[in-house]
Design a protein around this ligand. Structure first.
Ligand SMILES: Cc1ncc(COP(=O)(O)O)c(C=O)c1O
Length: 423
């Protein structure tokens, strides 16, 4: 899709007053790396190899090492990675693939495009990932694969899925688009199933300057098939063993990613510090009585592609509007679950069929969490949320909502006791 800001993501700095907090500011990340990235792009320019080629091979080697797998295969987008992975695993028309309804459209769209049937499963409300307990009852003789999504940067509960997959001879395809670097019990996303699918969309933790994606696997044969599928099933030039399509990565994108990848761990550390700081500010302000904070399940290394709070009692949209009026960027991931999408109407899901998914779609709100976000900006976000609940308060068992401790109510300036968590 050509439109880069297609998901209504606010990727530019908010206009207006200096106290605005953007949901995302990609320029802050690129600025310090500008010279390095320009040198990488110049290298590609001089090489004359603009599609796949040595930059992509180098990127694949580094990604495989980072994700702790034997093979990484780059492609044109995270959406294509899902499609290629499903094709590589032999998913065919009429096959059923189990996946959460609470995800970005690409997860379900890839299944549908192959003529297979997406079977939507409810989520664990603590992690927003697929609920393993809801899977067994949805398996039929046509089920071929499980497609868990490591949503917001936290791994799904994979052990029960692995057991079910083994028992029913199913493939596991991980949608790890938001989860590069996340771990479950020390094992990295992308190494937990048969194949992992990742996105380099600019707002991801490792983003390119356009579209891009990759797949991971420990299966040598599958990696060769994925490499064939991304070039129309070609084995040598103009000889086609199987039917694929064009999903090659541009060398320019690989050059940008090769320059950025060494910084990924640092950016993840910043995101983790930002998440901790929000947790602390919300607790100090007594706001955890009004909103549910994100939870990190046992054994997880969360990489915080999103920091998502939950606002019950029908107040989510009013809070979002309140914040928008004060130039605080937020986003809703995802307001309409897959089983409610008009294009999947023929699958016959009724409203109320996946209640935990439907509640999440009504109540979740993503706050700014990008690595370069400052402590002051986080304080502003929390202060403005506190002001909302002060005016729209429901009984809290006597808990007082005041300005969070770190702020002087008069000036809104930060208290010297609170240090930037990243220093
Ligand atoms: C969960 C999930 N799956 C798949 C994708 C698709 O990735 P891309 O935008 O690179 O096609 C995304 C990207 O937003 C995503 O968040």
């Amino acid at each position: 899709m050509a439109n880069v800001v297609r998901r209504n993501e606010s990727v530019t700095k908010s206009k207006g007053e200096s106290e605005a907090v953007p949901f995302f500011d990609l320029a802050r990340q690129s600025r310090p790396l500008r010279e390095k990235i320009v040198r990488s792009l110049a290298r590609v320019c001089d090489s004359g190899q603009f599609v796949l080629g040595p930059e992509c091979v180098r990127l694949e080697e580094t990604l495989a090492e980072y994700c702790q797998v034997k093979h990484a295969v780059v492609c044109a987008s995270g959406s294509d990675a899902l499609l290629l992975a499903l094709m590589g695993c032999g998913i065919e028309p009429g096959d059923e693939v189990l996946l959460p309804s609470y995800t970005f459209f690409a997860t379900a769209g890839a299944v549908w495009r192959l003529g297979a049937r997406p079977v939507f499963v409810d989520i664990d409300p603590r992690t927003y990932c697929i609920d393993p307990g809801a899977i067994a009852s949805r398996i039929t003789s046509r089920t071929r694969a499980l497609l868990p999504v490591h949503l917001y940067g936290q791994c799904a509960d994979m052990q029960p899925l692995t057991d079910i997959a083994r028992q029913h001879k199913l493939k596991i395809i991980e949608d790890a688009a938001q989860a590069i670097g996340s771990e479950l019990n020390g094992c990295r996303a992308g190494a937990l199933g048969d194949v992992g699918c990742f996105s380099f969309y600019p707002t991801k933790n490792l983003g390119s300057f356009g579209d891009g994606g990759f797949m991971t696997t420990n299966d040598e044969e599958l990696s060769q098939r994925l490499k064939m599928l991304r070039v129309h099933g070609e084995t040598k030039q103009y000889h086609h063993q199987i039917i694929g399509f064009n999903s090659r990565l541009d060398a320019f994108q690989a050059a940008v990613l090769n320059a950025k990848l060494p910084h990924l761990e640092h950016w993840i550390t910043r995101r983790q510090a930002n998440a901790r700081f929000y947790d602390r500010l919300f607790h100090e302000g007594g706001l955890h009585e009004h909103i549910d904070l994100p939870q990190v399940a046992d054994g997880r290394r969360h990489v915080w592609n999103q920091y998502v709070i939950r606002v019950p009692d029908g107040q989510r949209d009013a809070l979002r509007e309140h914040l928008a009026q004060r130039n605080i960027g937020t986003q809703i991931y995802y307001p309409v679950p897959m089983h409610e999408q008009p294009c999947f109407k023929s699958l016959g899901y009724e409203l109320g069929r996946l209640p935990r998914t439907e509640a999440a779609a009504r109540e979740t709100l993503a706050l700014p969490i990008f690595p370069e976000l400052t402590a002051h900006e986080q304080q502003l976000v929390v202060t403005r949320i506190a002001a909302f609940f002060k005016n729209n308060s429901r009984p809290t068992g006597g808990h007082a909502i005041g300005p969070p401790k770190f702020l002087s109510a008069k000036t809104g300036s930060s208290n010297s006791e609170v240090r930037d968590p990243r220093r």
